[in-house]
Design a protein around this ligand. Structure first.
Ligand SMILES: CC(C)(COP(=O)(O)OP(=O)(O)OC[C@H]1O[C@@H](n2cnc3c(N)ncnc32)[C@H](O)[C@@H]1OP(=O)(O)O)[C@@H](O)C(=O)NCCC(=O)NCCS
Length: 199
């Protein structure tokens, strides 16, 4: 039995863990990171902390097993990150650790200089999202339900378009987004930026 619900502060560890264990093109990234929180600092935790009202969680009997997070206004969210999120992390990761893996170093670099969302895409599709489910929840329509819930709330709030960045290596994820109404708009490096209009 899967329930969808809003975010509570006690869900933060689940956001971090689901992010890490689904981050390697949909697979577990634990083996490539020595610091298990680095990836969640970027793609999951700040959404729960800064915009908890835009998080929907999927929970089953074993606990929280999936989420969709995002923001309706990407430039405003980027500004909030600069103000309230990155400074503490930049202090925490100021000194390189000999334990860091290549993947850790890449994420620390992204904390110090976050990847910019393409300006043209932000202009046409101001909202953005991330969605990750643990394997046990996949392939049962839960991702579709989470997305539909998020889109319905965004539409009601007057959002006109949503974008997301997917790893080109994540063929399953990209197939899901295309099946769900997102069009590939900008291929940049190893990312595919996709968008969906909300007419
Ligand atoms: C991608 C993800 C969010 C999809 O959620 P889901 O609940 O498994 O997807 P659904 O069951 O709602 O599937 C909806 C449709 O997408 C298709 N789809 C879902 N996953 C797919 C995959 N891996 N490959 C191809 N198609 C897929 C389904 O076949 C279904 O199409 P149908 O209605 O024609 O049968 C989920 O699998 C996931 O979290 N994966 C790991 C993390 C990830 O990759 N996130 C996206 C990062 S960009």
């Amino acid at each position: 039995m899967v329930t969808l619900r809003g975010y509570r502060p006690a869900d933060l560890d689940a956001l971090y863990d689901i992010c890490l264990t689904t981050a390697d093109a949909g697979n577990d990234a634990s083996a490539i990171h020595s610091d298990p929180q680095l990836i969640g600092h970027i793609y999951a935790a700040p959404y729960g902390v800064i915009e908890p009202e835009h998080v929907i969680l999927a929970e089953d009997d074993a606990g929280v097993a999936g989420y969709i997070v995002g923001t309706y206004d990407t430039p405003a969210f980027v500004a909030k990150l600069e103000q309230n999120w990155w400074p503490a992390l930049r202090n925490r990761y100021a000194e390189p650790s000999p334990a860091w893996t290549a993947a850790d170093r890449q994420r620390v670099a992204a904390i110090k200089q976050p990847e910019a969302h393409p300006a043209s895409l932000v202009a046409s599709h101001p909202a953005h999202i991330h969605m990750n489910l643990r394997p046990r929840l996949r392939g049962q329509g839960v991702g579709t339900q989470l997305l539909q819930g998020w889109v319905a709330d965004a539409r009601a709030a007057g959002v006109t378009g949503i974008h997301l960045g997917a790893s080109a290596a994540n063929t399953g994820g990209v197939a899901f987004w295309q099946r769900s109404g997102f069009e590939p708009l900008l291929p940049i490096g190893r990312s595919i930026w996709m968008g969906m209009d909300l007419p």
